[in-house]
Design a protein. Structure first.
Length: 283
């Protein structure tokens, strides 16, 4: 066996071991929660109203708010994030303005989520006078997701071979036509991967929403009103484990955790399956 083949096999074994280790760590986190939380999940738990002091309550409003706030945050951040990534990768000229934009994106990405929550509380809750609202929570989450979407979009577009652009331009296409019809479809798998990351982060975010969406939920659900408080599943887990006023707090926390895990997996599958079919069609 040559030295190159030996090095290749060693590197392959190390990478396989790293992948298996990641799966084992993930299983170590998820399995105990799922084993204790899945027996709690039933139709009543998922669809009934929560209770502040009585046991037997569900998480129907929190389940709806989690999906609703995540959808709104992506609705606000996706056009801006993808648009900014396209600008930086395709249209921005090297200079101070471009460097300043990239520096701002990096700085925003490094801000702790609790700081963004305090900023959202100062701006939306206090200064604008909205109070704790779903809209304020969604806008604050959009700020949290924005830098990740910008960086992922820029890197995905930069990964498109230059020959694709040159071939399109040689056929008479404009710069915008090349970007829209050639570059973006090729970079779409990378953009969707970033979308799945920010969606999963938004589903499980707590610190931002405590200060902007509040720790209470509407008595009626589904309630699409943007100006009502919107406690989510992650915030519900925090509240019942920290306050301890509900007699069956452990049951609610485990059931909510299992439901949140299943929701994150479902969202990732909804993005991954079309992405897998798209890659097969592109091949």
């Amino acid at each position: 066996m040559t030295r190159q083949k030996l090095a290749d096999r060693i590197a392959t074994a190390v990478l396989w071991a790293a992948g298996i280790l990641i799966l084992l760590i993930l299983a170590g986190f998820l399995l105990p929660i799922l084993l204790q939380g899945l027996p709690v999940l039933d139709w009543q738990f998922i669809t009934t109203r929560s209770s502040a002091v009585r046991e037997g309550g569900g998480v129907g409003a929190q389940f709806f708010n989690t999906i609703y706030i995540t959808f709104l945050s992506l609705l606000f951040s996706l056009p801006v994030g993808v648009g900014a990534g396209v600008y930086l990768a395709e249209y921005a000229r090297p200079g101070r303005l471009t460097d300043l934009i990239r520096l701002s994106v990096e700085a925003l990405a490094s801000v702790p989520s609790i700081v963004l929550g305090l900023f959202g509380m100062i701006l939306f809750v206090n200064y604008m006078g909205w109070g704790f609202t779903i809209l304020g929570g969604a806008l604050s989450l959009a700020l949290l997701n924005l830098p990740v979407l910008v960086r992922v979009t820029e890197e995905a577009i930069q990964g498109v071979p230059r020959s694709y652009r040159e071939g399109s331009l040689a056929l008479g296409a404009t710069h915008w036509q090349t970007t829209a019809k050639v570059v973006l479809p090729t970079a779409l798998p990378g953009i969707l991967t970033g979308l799945s990351l920010v969606a999963g982060r938004a589903l499980g975010e707590t610190a931002v929403l405590i200060y902007t969406a509040g720790v209470t939920a509407s008595r009626w659900f589904p309630n699409p009103d943007l100006m009502v408080a919107g406690e989510t599943l992650a915030v519900r887990i925090w509240s019942v484990t920290s306050e301890g006023l509900v007699p069956d707090a452990d049951r609610i926390a485990m059931g909510s955790s299992a439901l949140l895990i299943l929701l994150v997996l479902a969202v990732n599958l909804l993005i991954a399956l079309p992405l897998w079919r798209y890659r097969r069609r592109m091949r």
